[in-house]
Ligand binder design. Structure first.
Ligand SMILES: [Zn+2]
Length: 243
């Protein structure tokens, strides 16, 4: 029996927070200040001030729904789960129609997070960033919610166009008690399905906040080494390895 070694590649799907981070229009700039340094004070400490819905962050239902669940009320099993990744790089930016994802809807399992990959993280820090991403339109969103997804995420700034004043899609998702992950990165490195860990700041009664999103991608590597001593024959490795 040839055994491959299963390895896990961890993909960091969160952007850095810093004073130069891109912000949606109208959002006050953050302030990350070191008020003590090791050289001067013997220890380093910093003060952070930022709007919670900036950078890679998560929207809890309470963000737009009166009485909706706050971030600290969302069960962790909803946030440490599996992701289904829709590759939208060949689709025009904007709302994705149900027929664009219908061939993969049957793959979706209850509690999956549905992630939409546009490759828009390459535009982070440019004007194009605020327009060049895909998100599910109303019909696709409702279909995903009906399949029982835990939430939705994308490598763009919002579930709605940035100039929306009605937040129709936010209300569909948050009104159904689901979460929204915004400003993700590196979704292009993910396969169609992977495990995912979303770890938000634990702020009491938060309507949203920064989230470290880590995707765990299983990668089976053939070792080229025969593992079964009973069959110590060279050349019997399986390049695909075990899964
Ligand atoms: Zn938000």
């Amino acid at each position: 029996m040839s055994i491959g070694v299963e390895t896990v590649r961890v993909v960091d799907c969160s952007h850095h927070y810093d004073n130069a981070m891109p912000l949606m229009e109208g959002i006050a700039p953050p302030d990350f200040t070191d008020f003590a340094t090791v050289v001067r004070d013997g220890y380093a400490m910093s003060r952070y001030a930022f709007t919670n819905h900036t950078g890679t962050h998560i929207d809890a239902p309470a963000h737009q729904i009166d009485g909706g669940a706050t971030l600290d009320e969302i069960p962790l099993s909803r946030l440490v789960t599996e992701a289904v990744v829709f590759d939208c790089r060949s689709v025009d930016p904007g709302p994705v129609a149900l027929h664009d994802i219908s061939d993969r809807v049957d793959e979706i399992r209850p509690n999956d997070l549905a992630l939409f990959c546009s490759g828009n993280d390459r535009n982070w820090g440019t004007d194009a960033y605020w327009r060049a991403w895909c998100y599910p339109g109303a019909e696709a969103s409702t279909a995903l919610i009906d399949r029982g997804v835990s939430g939705v995420g994308f490598d763009g700034p919002s579930a709605d166009p940035v100039d929306s004043v009605t937040y129709e899609l936010h209300r569909i998702w948050l009104g159904a008690g689901r979460v929204i992950l915004e400003n993700l990165r590196s979704l292009t490195e993910l396969p169609g399905r992977c495990r995912i860990v979303c770890a938000p700041l634990k702020v009491r009664k938060a309507n949203g906040g920064p989230v470290r999103v880590l995707a765990l991608v299983d990668e089976a590597e053939g070792t080229g080494v025969e593992q079964d001593p009973a069959r110590a024959t060279a050349g019997a490795s399986h390049p695909g390895g075990a899964s």
